[in-house]
Ligand binder design. Structure first.
Ligand code: SAH
Ligand code: SF4
Length: 430
């Protein structure tokens, strides 16, 4: 299993290289200054070179993939065509979106409030078509290692909130993190890893930098951090250690709704936005977005969320459905509907054609086919939990996170992508 295909370096441009991926040329950033030479083969993720690949191995891998990639592309084309729905009242708006005309708040709010199932199908099919036109059938798969469940914040929706005193907390040792990372990269073929945790000042900047350096030193993968709103100076240290991505939702763009849901010493909205801006300034892969289906949230709020994600320069727009957790103040709130979650992903695709849009792990828990539905509504990325099994269930953000197995989940992710004609050729930003 392999979640990237090698490309050949055909040009050098300072801190970037031009890479040819079977005829598709992209500019890709280097993490290490003494990077590859022209003629070398590399793996890239999210627009960042993560490793070089010995030429004979690269040629072998490409030969093995070449035919399969053509087949996958045909299947994707056929699935996009099969989804087409025309003749709804949404058509003029969908046509404008497809033509690349700018969408405003009211347009997005209208997309997020379809009047019936046929409009929904039309919206999602258009999301899928725009995804294919803008980004082809490329997909990326990220492995998430939940490195700790301690949290000083009290977000009203989250099972890791400090106020949930029944949760058995953990912090992985460096060796445990490294073992999980190596198993995911060397054992399962991941090329992008997310190190995630609660807001835990117990992880000092120095310790996190050491951890990132160790993971980068041992694993040829893009390292993305998702550790809450670490201060900009911390992000600078993590950059020096080799991190090149930030996964941090602003959760909701609406200041009043944010204030109503977030408490705690590290829950400041501005600090989240500052971290996102710093990551962008560092040239990182920036993944951000919101929860959808929160109590009190309207279609106009979600429209604003999409606009904020775009304004922040998101490379990945991540939209997670709210799932009530029994040991939070929102225990009895209504869960997000699958329809809203899928419509939001499709609208995000129309607003930001070229970004990565993941099927979140929360979405997959809403229904057995939710991952497939998400990919057919415009998503092009999957998240797989590669946390060591004994800790998975203890990373209790929301109910339904079972104690499954990374290998089985990775295999299921690869099979799902294949069944829809998607190729693990994430090339990231152009
Ligand atoms: N502490 C870090 C990272 C871990 S939380 C942070 O807050 O950024 C990761 C994500 O889990 C959050 O961004 C939030 O959107 C999501 N999450 C938390 N509780 C949830 C719930 N009940 N339903 C769905 N998603 C939830
Ligand atoms: Fe902590 Fe993140 Fe959960 Fe908020 S969402 S309680 S910061 S883990």
């Amino acid at each position: 299993m392999c979640y990237a295909i090698p490309g050949e370096v055909v040009g050098l441009e300072g801190s970037r290289v031009v890479v040819d991926f079977l005829g598709d040329r992209r500019r890709v950033a280097l993490v290490d200054p003494d990077g590859p030479a022209v003629g070398d083969f590399v793996y890239a993720q999210g627009g960042v070179v993560v490793s070089t690949v010995p030429r004979p191995a690269a040629r072998r891998i490409l030969a093995a993939w070449r035919e399969a990639l053509v087949e996958l592309d045909r299947l994707d084309e056929a699935m996009v065509a099969a989804g087409i729905v025309a003749g709804t009242a949404l058509d003029p708006l969908l046509d404008r979106a497809e033509a690349g005309e700018p969408l405003g708040r009211d347009d997005l709010a209208r997309l997020l409030a379809p009047r019936d199932a046929v409009e929904r199908r039309a919206l999602r099919a258009t999301g899928n078509r725009v995804r294919r036109r803008a980004a082809g059938n490329a997909a990326c798969v990220h492995g998430i290692v939940a490195i700790g469940s301690r949290c000083v914040n009290d977000c009203a929706y989250c099972g890791l909130r400090a106020g949930n005193r029944e949760l058995a907390r953990y912090r992985l040792t460096h060796d445990e993190v490294l073992a999980a990372a190596v198993a995911a990269v060397d054992g399962l073929g991941f090329r992008a890893l997310v190190l995630q945790a609660g807001e835990d000042p117990g992880w000092s900047t120095d310790e996190l930098a050491d951890l990132v350096r160790e993971v980068r030193g041992r694993c040829q993968a893009l390292v993305v951090v998702s550790l809450g709103a670490r201060e900009p100076t911390c992000l600078d240290e993590l950059h020096a250690a080799g991190a090149r991505g930030l996964l941090l939702r602003f959760e909701t763009s609406d200041p009043s709704l944010y204030a109503a849901l977030h408490r705690g010493p590290k829950a400041d909205r501005e600090a989240r936005l500052a971290a996102l801006r710093r990551a962008k300034a560092l040239g990182w892969v920036v993944a951000t977005g919101s929860l959808v289906g929160l109590p009190g949230q309207t279609a106009a709020h979600v429209a604003d969320d999409l606009l904020l994600a775009r304004a922040l320069g998101a490379d990945m727009v991540t939209l997670g459905p709210f799932v009530p957790h029994p040991r939070t103040p929102l225990a009895t709130a209504a869960p997000a509907g699958l329809d809203l979650a899928l419509d939001a992903m499709a609208a995000a695709r129309l607003l930001c054609p070229r970004v990565a849009i993941p099927v979140t792990t929360a979405l997959e828990r809403l229904a057995p086919d939710a991952g497939r539905d998400g990919l057919l509504a415009g998503a092009n990325s999957l998240m797989v939990d590669v946390t060591p099994t004994p800790y998975r269930a203890r990373y209790d953000l929301y109910p339904g996170r079972d104690a499954g197995d990374a290998r089985a989940d990775a295999a299921a992710a690869a099979a799902l992508l294949r069944s829809l004609g998607r190729a693990p050729t994430d090339l990231g930003r152009s």
